[in-house]
Ligand binder design. Sequence first.
Ligand code: CP
Length: 308
Amino acid sequence: MSQLSTRHLLGIKDLTPEDINLILDTAANFKEVINRPIKKVPSLRDITIANVFFENSTRTRLSFELAEKRLSADVINFSSSNSSVKKGETLVDTVNNILSMKVDMVVMRHSSPGAPHFLSKNVKANIVNAGDGTHEHPTQALLDSFSIREKLGDLAGKKVAIIGDILHSRVALSNIFCLQKMGAEVMVCGPITLLPKHIESLGVKVELDVKKALQWCDVANVLRIQLERQQIKYFPSLREYSLYYGVNKKMLDELDKEIVIMHPGPINRGVELSSDVADSEHSIILEQVQNGVAVRMAVLYLLAGAKN
Ligand code: CP
């Protein structure tokens, strides 16, 4: 198979296992390219891509922009904070105005779940979801799976614990879909108030004790507490959260095995993860960021070649 089954990347839920394998294999080729002295290829020389960000981002925005430049695409960047959205322009009007400048693809981050799905039905361009509210963050899950595969080999049969604020996390949902489609086992762990009701209906194990989750898993993907999405208090204090759910070096030393530590960023050091774990030999956090460029190159390249 050399083509994706879709012309948009809206979520992992819509991808087949074959799509995911194609993206990961293509990313492996691009990783080789970006480690060469000449890191650029002409693959998207005739394509113009708009990065449209209605929400803050460091890693995803820079990673997409670098991926686009490595593929020789023309790139324009839009940030809602200094745009005419502030004057009342709608999402569809904003994007259609950008598209009228002959743009072929839109990479969009938005705080509303479903915003990229809505856009895909209302504008003529390939849409890539760079994170929609608490819903999905498909390229993060793809780069996470790529990083696990690179570190541990085949994903099938691997045990991955996702630890932290599952309730507000788009990374958690996309990872659950992606890892399960690749044959991995998934556990979610966190305070009961930060686990969505009926999460077990997705086929994941649920664990409230972080030490038991660490003992079970091959990989711990530790998530940030998303205070900006929390309208009420889900736990008494950050200090208490850290005491009961923070992953620290002592916990890893007490395990009878080595595990891989991941984090999508940004890290709240000393809350969900101590610095001596984030910066330890167990951590592949910066490899995740590096792999993000190759994975996003693969996604853009394959979508550009998808049948319309
Ligand atoms: N992982 C991630 O989405 O980070 P940013 O919010 O910085 O893009």
